[in-house]
Write a new protein. Sequence first.
Lengths: 299, 371
Amino acid sequence: MNTPTLAVTDLSRRFGSGPTEVLAVRNVSLAVAPGEVVLIMGPSGSGKTTLLLMLGALLRPSGGEIRLDGEVLTNRPERELPAIRLRRFGFIFQDFNLLSALSAIENVALVGVMGGMSSKEAKARATDLLTQFGLLERLRFRPELLSGGEKQRVAIARALVNDPTFILADEPTANLDAKNGRELMRLLRSIAKEQGRSIVIVSHDERIRDIADRVLWLEDGSLKEMTALSVDPVCAMRVEQEKALISIWDGEPFTFCSKGCRDEFLQAPYRFFPDTAAGGRHAAALRDAVRMETAVGAV
Amino acid sequence: MFALARNNLFRSRMKALMAIGGVALAMMLVLSLDAILAGLENRIGAFVERAGADVWVAQSGVRNMHMASSAVPRGLVDQVRQVPGVAEATPIRYLTNVVRSGDQDYIATVIGLPVGATMGLPNALVPGGTMPKSGQVVIDGAVGKAGANVGDGVRILGSTFEISGRSEGLASSLSSLAFIPLSDLDRMLGNDRVVSYVLVRAAPGVSAESLSAAIETRVNGVTASTRTQFAGEERRVVRDMSTEIAVIMNLAGLLIGFAVMALSIYTATASRLPEYGVLKAVGASTRRLAGVVVTQAALTVVVGLVLGLIAAYATALIAPHLDPLFDLEITFASVVKVSLVSFAVAALAAIAPIIQIAGLDPAVVFRRRIA
């Protein structure tokens, strides 16, 4: 791996103290290479937002270290963080978060001006980015006149205007339809691969797995590689294979988060696979059995 | 950031109209009040300025007309005439009373003029009028405005006078003027031993200052003031009388302006707080965002002030047509004062929103719907 754009070591965050203390993120280590797209998934309450805020220099960790382009951020004084966020991070939000009083070009250029560009330079850069993203005809449109997909492309242009090396995206497809979601994913991937920017996406959207170089699972504040996890067919939770309960059905192994899920599965396994050949066979047998029981009952 | 401040202000036209309109209205009120007082001061001094006298001689210690009483023994008039440098001296007598026209009373300065007087005369007689003879009066101000015409009768101190003419440009909204023969005023007051003032014209080449000093030196028991001093004192009295009212009204106007501005800026900021949070999250410093709020407040003031000025000037232009006694004079000093106070008010109005922004945690923008 090249020198990572983002390197996180033993990152932790506690909230509260004493008996009410909560460890939202525990000893997370992560390295994101230039041009790499990393997807972080996890159930609600797993610590995704806390991790996201720390990665974005919006929340100080209780322990551990974050390096951006080799430079330690976690020891920088609070007053220096806004400038770092402005010039070296790009943020993409779930709700687009465009300023309603400004047009598309003004939304993008404003962040450029804040980053030190002259108004003219910022407008030229904003025009260039928005044109690349197919929004040339929408430069003067206010957010209310843009579709969800267009808003998110404006938001991406805003994230890129100061040429950051690292982009942090929070549920970027959550408010987009399938078509716009796919387009956005393609766009993010091309930004990573063609421009060498590192992207960390926090999302529940399974579709994003298609463009991610790596998928990480965050649960109880800890990160796990998705490749080492499998899905419980009953509750759909992702479970570590090493610690999971395993049963064989129809010649295949299945993993379970708990004994309850395994027992429920084993009572009627075909219910969980209606579309497979084995599941279909068993479902047909079950329907026949039910019809027979119903007929007997009627007699 | 200027674009953001501008667009935040004008994004909702109705809100912008209310904020700027409120500020403009408050500024117009303050400017108009100042203009009314300035106009009144001018009007109050108009008779003194236009009486034609270089020096006003009054009872010792008296330096103005308004709210003052002066009694100069008539024998001193000749002493004044004999002071070197005096070209001409005209005694006048005056008192403040009411002029009754029909069933209406009008506060008026009644001025008694000697026969053949060349100073202290009515300013500009409306065509068709003549100087008053015994039993006649020339009126200036509200009486004439109320519809009294040449040939009509008015009552002054219980006697009836026939209007022989009307003049313009001397009365104020506070008081009218009525010019009658000195002998009639003496008769009504029951004596001819005193006059109120001696109006003195200086000989060519003699300055008013040196002449007034010479009169005070040579004539005992009088105070001599140059026209400029006398008119200045006249205005000062009005100013002193109206200062408290002016301060209260100015404060009221500015408080209205402050309230409107503070409320509009506060609500404009509060309604966009999540957006300020986004800007903080992407890296805007609190100082920069405070600049947006201050710029927005300053814009509100500048536009409000310009509109307020236009409205005040329009009022000043229209008012004399509606009421000739009503003069509004917008002074440069008043505009500067109102502008400075307005910007101070804008700065104050921006404090609460800035505190709000300073306390805003940028982390809250994650997963919060805005646009």
